[in-house]
Design a protein around this ligand. Structure first.
Ligand code: AHM
Ligand code: MG
Length: 335
């Protein structure tokens, strides 16, 4: 029987029952995240009406101007996750230090790293934004987690997902057994399984990169994009299409749906030196999802999920998507 039409709650609980030793804690945590994302979807949708659009008067830890919604959505995530007893600590793009569970609340066995509102520069122009999260196990015996406990490779993730607030609100999830996509039915307030077993086509003729950074890229990326741009007249002998939404959630969703390659490569631009995207709560969860859907995710030089993190807000170059295209770019890096 097709699983299409199942609610995310039913889907999560059925997956939990497959694991005989499951305590239900992961299911509980996922339900907390689902609740937070429904609330964020509602706020994003009504931001203009209720006056929470536009810039805040602050900067985040990365020195980026915060939007009011960056701060509000961070609070929504924390408020939904810090009291249910499923987490031992949290890390957020918007907060410099890791976030501890209040002393009067129970703690659980998981750690979460999240970007509460990815692509928030798109909020005021009514383009898609999203929430990205990565779930790790809290090391055994650790009662009061420190930054060191978050320094786990992407291969250690037990679950990753993202929610995209676009024409429809969608939740994309993996627990290491494929990738499933759920659409929010606003009338009943439930995410419904609409995109089971999402897979990324191995080949593509579509790339996504911020071309305004071209002069800062390394030679392998220069070469790859040059060849795409030459189309049928160049060595690739086929025409390529280009997209750039400046919202990773929308970009990765497109790649999951119709293939493509997404690049935010290493560059020498002073503001994004070493790459722009953050390892713990952007690159790792997206890499887990992409690999689970049959794609590849690399810095150009190494698999992203094999990187041992050194800090919570560490940035990495990201090249992900259709297998044959990403492997071609990786090949250019080692030639
Ligand atoms: P954010 O987390 O501050 O929104 O930054 C991440 C976003 C990604 O969603 C997107 O791929 C990238 O930054 C866009 O960068 P640029 O504005 O340089 O094109
Ligand atoms: Mg982000």
């Amino acid at each position: 029987m097709s699983d299409i039409g199942k609610s995310i709650t039913q889907f999560i609980i059925e997956q939990q029952r497959v694991h005989k030793k499951s305590t239900g804690e992961m299911s509980g945590l996922l339900n907390d995240i689902v609740s937070a994302c429904k609330k964020i979807s509602h706020l994003v949708n009504r931001s203009g009406i209720i006056g929470i659009g536009g810039a805040a008067e602050s900067e985040n830890v990365q020195g980026e101007v915060q939007k009011k919604l960056d701060i509000i959505t961070n609070d929504v995530m924390v408020d939904h996750l810090n009291w249910t007893g499923h987490l031992a600590a949290m890390a957020s793009e918007e907060i410099e230090e890791i976030i501890q569970i209040p002393a009067n609340m129970p703690k659980g066995q998981y750690l979460i790293a999240f970007d509460p509102l990815d692509g928030s520069s798109n909020i005021d122009i009514n383009l898609s934004v999203g929430t990205i999260f990565s779930i790790l196990r809290c090391p055994e015996g650790v009662k009061d987690p420190t930054v060191e406990d978050f320094m786990q490779k992407g291969t250690e993730q037990v679950c990753a997902g993202f929610c995209v607030y676009g024409p429809t609100t969608m939740m994309i999830l993996t627990t290491g057994k494929g990738v499933n996509g759920f659409t929010l039915d606003r009338d009943v307030g439930e995410f419904i399984l609409t995109h089971p077993n999402m897979t990324i086509p191995e080949d593509t003729a579509e790339f996504a990169i911020n071309m305004s950074n071209q002069r800062f890229w390394e030679a392998p990326v220069q070469r790859y994009i040059d060849e795409c741009m030459q189309g049928v007249d160049g060595s690739r002998e086929k025409n390529f299409n280009m997209r750039w939404v400046a919202s990773m959630v929308a970009e990765v969703y497109r790649v999951l749906t119709r293939g493509g390659i997404f690049l935010y490569p290493l560059d020498t631009k002073p503001t994004t030196k070493g790459g722009k995207l953050r390892l713990l709560y952007e690159a790792n969860p997206m890499s887990f999802i992409v690999e689970q859907a049959g794609g590849v995710s690399s810095t150009g030089y190494q698999r992203i999920m094999d990187i041992k993190p050194e800090s919570v807000h560490q940035r990495v170059p990201v090249i992900l998507g259709s297998k044959n295209e990403v492997e071609r770019v990786m090949g250019y890096h080692t030639e």
